[in-house]
Design a protein around this ligand. Structure first.
Ligand SMILES: Cc1cc2nc3c(=O)[nH]c(=O)nc-3n(C[C@H](O)[C@H](O)[C@H](O)COP(=O)(O)OP(=O)(O)OC[C@H]3O[C@@H](n4cnc5c(N)ncnc54)[C@H](O)[C@@H]3O)c2cc1C
Length: 374
């Protein structure tokens, strides 16, 4: 029986572990946190969508990820909440073009006059004439879905060890053979899966992996909203989605653009939160003057081209990496596909564009020839 160590118990590690366990592999999950799912998965806007994602294969990966979430829900998995999106953040022309592209690719999308899809409580100060209506999207309670995946993995024999930070990968003659924990313990495995989210770059570097993350911070606030909200709303300057029957989660690219390299504190935090609430109230007036139930700052782990990095590294047997942004959308699907590749050695075609090797700089001799006048 093959032994797999999964580093990280966020949505991705939990999904990989579920499927390696279901596929009969001896599975051990290690996470540095005292609880599973304390990283990006615990501080995410977590809207499941393919809308506007490019290029086409990446759109298709995200579309398949959304379908995976619907499929999981049909099987009884908790955490995915189907919920339509109303989008007008990018302006009418771009939104119309994105709708056309999405529809041509078989995605449920319509570009409609705003009054045709009224959502109680959504009364923008600057009302759009038209919006994209995306009826088959949803949002994901990532801690809940991850806990379910870990429980199922455990019931298939997986072990989940918390408060166990991995200090480094162990190698023998270039192959990864296991991990060393921060307390010095050594654990061996046939395959180590790097699913450490924002912590993945450090682990990849142990084996010369070229993974380079461009981390960005995001401020999220959960606000009370009696009666809740019947849609996810992506307006210029603010995004709002239901968070529960009586609350919403809000974020803003513009506010995030003002965050520095570390989470804001004190007066700076309060100032940014006030701006976030003001932006949300310009779309949902009942949020005016809301007091945040909670706030959190998440770290997005963007591989440098903004897409996923999934697979083995050439020349490093025993190492497998699953790192992505948009993990709320594609995480459960990537976990299943990764486990399939680890178990069978065959690469699912959908993963073809996302090999970690693509980030390697080609040696000089292999670089494309330049033309004479350059
Ligand atoms: C503000 C924000 C908004 C987002 N919005 C969306 C969205 O709308 N839609 C969408 O699809 N996606 C969204 N995302 C992205 C999505 O949330 C992430 O892609 C996803 O949660 C990543 O999951 P993960 O399992 O890779 O990482 P994480 O959830 O960070 O899990 C990694 C785990 O690894 C552990 N770990 C790290 N290093 C080590 C180590 N050395 N040893 C042991 N354990 C370790 C950590 O403790 C953590 O539990 C958003 C993210 C953020 C931050």
């Amino acid at each position: 029986m093959r032994t797999v160590i999964v580093v990280g118990a966020g949505v991705i590690g939990a999904s990989v572990a579920l499927h390696t366990a279901l596929n009969g592999m001896r599975t051990l999950v290690l996470d540095g946190g005292a609880e599973p799912c304390t990283g990006a998965s615990a501080a995410s806007f977590s809207r499941a969508t393919a809308f506007g994602k490019e290029p086409e294969p990446y759109f298709e990966l995200n579309h398949a990820g959304l379908e995976e979430l619907h499929g999981l829900r049909a099987q009884g998995a908790p955490g995915f909440h189907p919920c339509p999106s109303l989008v007008w953040a990018a302006g009418p022309d771009r939104t119309a073009a994105q709708v056309e592209t999405a529809r041509a690719r078989g995605y449920a999308a319509a570009h409609v006059s705003a009054h045709r899809v009224p959502v109680p409580g959504v009364e923008p100060a600057d009302p759009p004439e038209s919006v994209a209506h995306l009826p088959e999207e949803g949002w994901v309670d990532l801690p809940r879905l991850s806990a379910w995946s870990l429980d199922r993995a455990r019931s298939r024999g997986a072990r989940i060890l918390l408060s166990c930070p991995v200090a480094r990968l162990l190698t023998d003659d270039g192959s990864v053979t296991g991990v060393e924990l921060a307390d010095g313990r050594r654990l061996s495995a046939d395959v180590v899966v790097n699913a450490a989210g924002p912590g993945a770059e450090k682990i990849a570097a142990d084996v010369g992996g070229p993974l380079s993350l461009a981390p960005t911070l995001g401020l999220l606030a959960d606000l009370p909203l009696p009666g809740g909200l019947g849609a996810m709303v992506l307006a210029p300057g603010v995004s709002i989605r239901p968070h529960g029957p009586e609350s919403v989660r809000v974020r803003s690219e513009q506010v995030d653009g003002r965050l520095g390299a570390s989470a804001p504190t004190g007066h700076e935090h309060d100032r940014l939160l006030a701006e976030l609430i003001e932006r949300a109230a310009a779309v949902v007036p009942a949020l005016s003057g809301a007091r945040a139930l909670s706030t959190r700052v998440g770290v997005r782990a963007f591989p440098s081209d903004g897409r996923s990095s999934v697979g083995t590294l050439s020349g490093v047997p025993g190492y497998y990496e699953v790192v992505t942004h948009s993990g709320a959308t594609v995480g459960p699907l990537l976990g299943r596909l990764a486990a399939e590749e680890i178990g069978t050695g065959r690469r699912p075609p959908m993963l073809a564009p996302y090999a970690p090797d693509r980030f390697r700089i080609p040696p000089r001799a292999e670089q494309p020839a330049t033309t004479a006048h350059q």
